[in-house]
Design a binder for this molecule. Structure first.
Ligand code: CA
Length: 228
C-alpha cells in the first residue's frame, strides 16, 4: 500500500511517516504542493494525505488540479481545527475524507483503511459500513443473516449517506441528490423517507438498534453513523 503525504510541518510529517510505516504502509513524503502534484504524475499511490496550508501550491488547489486531470486516487485532507469552510470546499472539490489537526496516527490509519474498504465496495457493487451492507443489485440492506428490501428512493438515500458515513448531509443536499431537486419544495419528503428507512433497518436486529444508525443532527441534517 503506497501513501503520498504532502505536509510541510516536519514534526507532523515525521510522526505520520513513522506511524504508517510501522503499520506496514509505504509512505512517500514531500513538503510542497507543486512537488506533490509532480509525484502523483510520476507514480501511482493508493491514498494521498494532503495538508491544506502548503508552500508552493495549497492543498485545495492541488486537489482541484488532480481531479481536473482525472486522477481518481482517494484524498484525505488535513485541516486546521475549526476550518469548516476548508472542509466543505475540500469535499466539494472531491476529497474523500478529512482529518482535523491535531490527530493521532491511529486515527489516520483507520481512515485510510475505511477509505480503501469503501472503494473495494464500489467495485463489487456493495457498500459496507462496519457489518452493515448495501447490495446495489438486489437493493437489499443487510446485517449478518438478516436483510430488508428497500425501494429505489430509499436505497438511493441510504446509499448516499452510507458512502460518506460520518458526514452530515443537509435536507437540501439530500433532495438534490436523491430527488434531483435543486430547490427546496418545502415538504418533509426527506424526513418521511428517512422514517421509512429507519423502520426497515429496525428489523435487522432483535432490539431494533439498527434504526439508530441514521442520526438526525439538529439544525443540520442527517448522517449515517461511522462504525470504524
Ligand atoms: Ca501546513
Amino acid at each position: 500500500m503506497k501513501i503520498l503525504l504532502v505536509e510541510d510541518e516536519q514534526k507532523i510529517a515525521d510522526f505520520v511517516c513513522a506511524g504508517l510505516a510501522a503499520r506496514g504502509l509505504e509512505v512517500r513524503h514531500c513538503d510542497d504542493g507543486n512537488v506533490g502534484l509532480e509525484l502523483v504524475s510520476q507514480g501511482v499511490f493508493d491514498v494521498i494525505v494532503l495538508d491544506i496550508m502548503l508552500p508552493g501550491r495549497d492543498g485545495l488547489s492541488v486537489l482541484k488540479a488532480l481531479r481536473a486531470a482525472g486522477v481518481p486516487t482517494p484524498v484525505i485532507l488535513l485541516t486546521a481545527r475549526n476550518e469548516l469552510s476548508d472542509r466543505i470546499e475540500g469535499l466539494n472539490l472531491g476529497a474523500d475524507d478529512y482529518l482535523a489537526k491535531p490527530f493521532y496516527v491511529e486515527e489516520l490509519f483507520a481512515r485510510i483503511q475505511a477509505l480503501l474498504r469503501r472503494l473495494a465496495g464500489d467495485r463489487s457493487n456493495t457498500v459496507l459500513v462496519g457489518d452493515f451492507k448495501l447490495d446495489r443489485i438486489t437493493r437489499h440492506a443487510s446485517c449478518g443473516a438478516r436483510s430488508v428490501e428497500l425501494t429505489t428512493r430509499e436505497f438511493s438515500l441510504l446509499e448516499y449517506l452510507m458512502r460518506s458515513a460520518g458526514q452530515v448531509f443537509t435536507r437540501s443536499q439530500i433532495l438534490e441528490h436523491v430527488w434531483g431537486y435543486d430547490f427546496d419544495p418545502s415538504t418533509n419528503v426527506v424526513d418521511v423517507c428517512i422514517k421509512r428507512i429507519r423502520a426497515k433497518l429496525a428489523d435487522l436486529d432483535d432490539a431494533g438498534d439498527s434504526a439508530a444508525l441514521i442520526e438526525a443532527v439538529r439544525g443540520a441534517g442527517y448522517r449515517f453513523k461511522r462504525l470504524d
